[in-house]
Design a protein around this ligand. Structure first.
Ligand code: BGC
Length: 791
């Protein structure tokens, strides 16, 4: 048999002339030239290696044992390609197999910023967290952020970025919500697709994660998510479906959890039937780090690569083939997918990384992107933007001085700096009170020393800080500052991350008594002097707002906006940029109002099954407790629940203020009857005094039919260009049958039911400005799928 191997062909054809057919031949040639051992060594990652500080190593134990052989020498070598990257795949240069460097994460590339014995630094840009990206509702902007992020991936020598994170923000307490986009699958899918395209425009890959229904951190390695087929298809899978079909991420990362009894990484239904057969995914699937328990089942399910991988898993694969439990053809199929991606990777193409991405240019990108995703929640009597006579600012709240750029865990970027609010104010030409600065700086130093390393084990492992309680501020200081300063800024901060969920208590979801007193006392002191107070929320997710946001004069939701944080906030405060962000997640009145509150984070299950009880693979410090969570709320997640069941919220999905006003013209439909699609357009006019941008949200209300429907569902959105006062723009939308459809479990198909539909153009899910009706004469199929993941 004549086998095509890589090297001779490459010598013959330059990479640009290698056609798809040649690539396929090359890939099968490579596979045919490999031994079973080598195959297993590619399918299983090369292990976990973290260059940990000694203090952390002592707390969590060391790295895996070293063995001396050809494989270990190769592993030793490839780990040096990019210190601090999360995963590396094996290389076999003689067969043309290059290593793939896999590095986190959603808010920027995560690598080690410093290397032993080198003066050069390898900092990366901390871009705004995913939730900020979604709140921009601006796919073009997200594409640009992706381009900048992907450039750092390329120039630092990585091949695949482990992001975007695109799980649904089912519950406000999920500790990783900051890495995710929205409670809505359309926003999630469209923003993720833009991010994937932006990153991949650099010729590097992404990994859409965590596939799927990974909506909590509590017992994330073992939780069994019980969820209906309909909720899966419409809510938890839909975002991935949009991203995969529109943007083809190079890879997908399966999640840790089980869905309806099976680990996602072992689910043939999920990884083959749905992802590949239904959606046409072309890349490879990797596990989350240590996910699942049975590598043979993973291989068969279509989970092509195991990360980070352990030597005994390599052995298991080899034995499984030898004893006939696993057909080698399965491995070859998985390898072909891995090599399909490899063929596109920078390393395979011989790209020489510069190790010098333009961090300055990327800082400008992140500064601007963050302003577009911040949400103005309150602005009484046009408190913002600052009037010209504001010169002296008093900044209260720990996080004014210790601003949080992003969350903790693998999504935490090692950036060179974070501009705090106080830094941003000074750079913006404002004066702040040095006495107040000293009080806060001293408190923060002492409080951190007292708090010790983070309780969240992953934050500790990754060198994060334990959040500290807000400083108690005396009324005297508040009043002294009200004499001295022109305005008060009060920052309330929250941080969370991988490995732990948040709590519905004061100091976390709710404000603490100290924080509430801070807002009240400072506002009263400043009001007594006819001055104003503004609250800035430096948070990664939802906090309770109903009980306090009417107290200050304005509230700006700054989120965790990346490393240019303070500059971005000041750009909005001064009106250099007009706020245009809108909420992609609802802010409920109280935690008890959240539809998943009764079922979060689930409960322990008594199980006699060995699989459920033990820590079978992955990291020893991630204990597996048999656990179950039931998504009893079904499709009624976020606004789908609040709006349908008339549950009042503090700020609704889609909400956000601007310094200007917009007028919505009539919502014009292409026709009164729905054929294969419907076009709609609306003219938006800036009727205020500031230049600004508006997010237009198109919701559909369906007729009552056999399937239950939410009151309305988002079916399209767009953002205007920067409109000058008096200027207008017509925005057009195309609505397809799939946009109107629901998932019919009985038929395993998407269907749009017959009847009268109403489209709404809204400034939020509640602020509906214009509506128009059309008729769908008879039920319309919108895609039959494979029956899968039945509870
Ligand atoms: C996280 C992933 C991450 C991986 C590699 C896991 O613990 O869940 O999101 O990409 O580690 O760091």
């Amino acid at each position: 048999m004549f086998i095509l191997t890589w090297s001779p062909l490459l010598a013959f054809f330059p990479p640009s002339e290698i056609s798809e057919i040649n690539k396929e031949k090359l890939v099968s040639g490579i596979i045919a030239s490999m031994t079973l051992e080598q195959k297993a060594q590619v399918l299983i990652g090369t292990g976990m290696f973290m260059d940990l500080p000694d203090s952390i190593r002592e707390r969590f134990g060391g790295n895996q044992e070293k063995q001396e052989n050809d494989y270990s020498k190769m592993v030793e070598k490839i780990r040096k390609y990019l210190p601090g990257a999360a995963g590396f795949t094996s290389e076999f240069p003689e067969s043309g197999v290059t290593s793939q460097v896999l590095a986190d994460g959603p808010a920027g590339l995560r690598i080690s910023p410093i290397r032993k014995g080198e003066e050069k630094t390898y900092y990366c840009t901390a871009f705004p967290i995913a939730t900020v990206m979604a709140s921009t509702w601006d796919t073009e902007l997200v594409y640009e952020v992706g381009m900048a992020m992907g450039n750092e991936v390329l120039e630092y020598g990585a091949d695949v970025l482990l992001g975007p994170g695109m799980n649904i923000q089912r519950d406000p307490l999920c500790g990783r919500n900051f890495e995710y986009y929205s409670e809505d699958p359309l926003v999630t899918g469209k923003i993720a697709a833009a991010m994937i395209k932006g990153v991949q425009s650099n010729g590097v890959g992404t990994s859409a994660k965590h596939f799927a229904a990974n909506n909590q951190e509590t017992n994330r390695m073992s939780v069994n998510t019980i969820v209906s087929e309909r909720a899966l298809r419409e809510i938890y899978l839909r975002g991935f479906e949009i991203a995969v079909t529109e943007a083809q991420p190079w890879t997908v990362m399966s999640s840790y959890n089980k869905i309806n009894g099976t680990y996602t990484s072992e689910s043939h239904d999920l990884l083959t039937k749905i992802l590949r057969d239904d959606w046409g995914f072309e890349g490879y699937v990797m596990t989350d780090w240590g996910g699942g328990s049975d590598v043979v089942a993973q291989m068969k399910a279509g989970n092509d690569m195991i990360q980070p991988g352990q030597p005994q898993q390599i052995e298991t694969l080899i034995q499984a083939v030898r004893n006939g439990e696993l057909d080698e053809a399965v491995l070859d199929k998985n390898l072909a997918r891995i090599f399909g991606v490899m063929m596109e990777s920078p390393k395979q193409k011989g790209y020489k990384a510069s190790y010098s991405p333009d961090l300055k240019a990327h800082a400008t990108v992140t500064r601007q992107a963050a302003t577009d995703g911040m949400v103005l929640l309150e602005n009484k009597s046009n408190t913002l933007p600052f009037s010209a006579d504001i010169k002296k600012v008093a900044a209260f709240g720990n996080t004014s001085y210790d601003f949080i750029s992003g969350g903790t865990g693998s999504g935490d970027v090692n950036e060179a700096y974070t501009i705090s609010l106080i830094d941003g104010l000074k750079k913006g030409g404002f004066e702040s009170d040095p006495g107040l600065e000293t009080i806060y700086e001293n408190y923060i130093k002492e409080a951190h020393a007292k708090a010790g390393p983070p309780k969240n084990w992953l934050a500790a492992l990754m060198g994060g800080k334990e959040p500290v309680d807000e400083m108690q501020l005396s009324k005297e200081i508040a009043s002294e500052m009200a004499d001295k300063a022109d305005i008060a800024l009060i920052t309330i901060g929250r941080n969370s991350g991988e490995g732990g969920d948040r709590q519905a208590v004061g100091g976390d979801f709710y404000l603490s008594q100290i924080e509430k007193a801070l807002i009240t006392n400072v506002t009263e002191a400043f009001h007594a002097k006819n001055k104003k107070a503004i609250v800035i929320l430096n948070v990664g997710g939802v906090v309770e707002t109903a009980s306090w946001t009417k107290i200050p004069d304005a509230v700006l939701l700054a989120w965790q906006p990346g490393q240019e944080a303070g500059n971005s906030v000041v750009d909005l405060l001064t009106g250099k940029v007009n706020p245009s962000g809108k909420l992609a997640i609802s802010f409920p009145l109280s935690y008890d109002d959240v539809p998943s509150a009764k079922n979060f984070p689930g409960h322990e299950i008594k199980s006699d099954k060995k699989d459920d009880a033990a820590d079978l693979s992955g990291f020893s410090f991630m204990k597996r407790v048999p656990w179950e969570v039931v998504y009893e709320e079904g499709i009624y997640v976020g606004y789908r629940y609040y709006n349908t069941f008339d549950v009042p919220v503090s700020y609704e999905f889609g909400y956000g203020l601007s310094y200007t006003d917009f007028e919505y013209g009539k919502l014009k439909l292409g026709s009164l009857k729905f054929n294969n699609k419907m076009t709609a357009s609306v003219e938006i006019k800036n009727t205020g005094k500031f230049a600004g941008r508006e997010v237009i949200q198109i919701y559909a209300s369906a007729p009552k039919g056999k399937l239950d429907k939410p009151q309305e569902e988002l079916v399209a959105f767009a953002k205007t260009k920067l409109l000058q006062p008096g200027e207008s723009e017509v925005l057009s939308f195309t609505i397809t049958a799939k946009d109107l459809a629901s998932f019919d479990e009985e038929a395993s198909a998407w269907i749009a039911e017959a009847g009268k539909y109403t489209l709404h153009a809204g400034a939020s899910s509640k602020k509906i400005k214009q509506s128009a009706e059309f008729v769908l004469a008879k039920e319309m199929p919108a895609g039959k799928v494979t029956k899968a993941l039945v509870p």
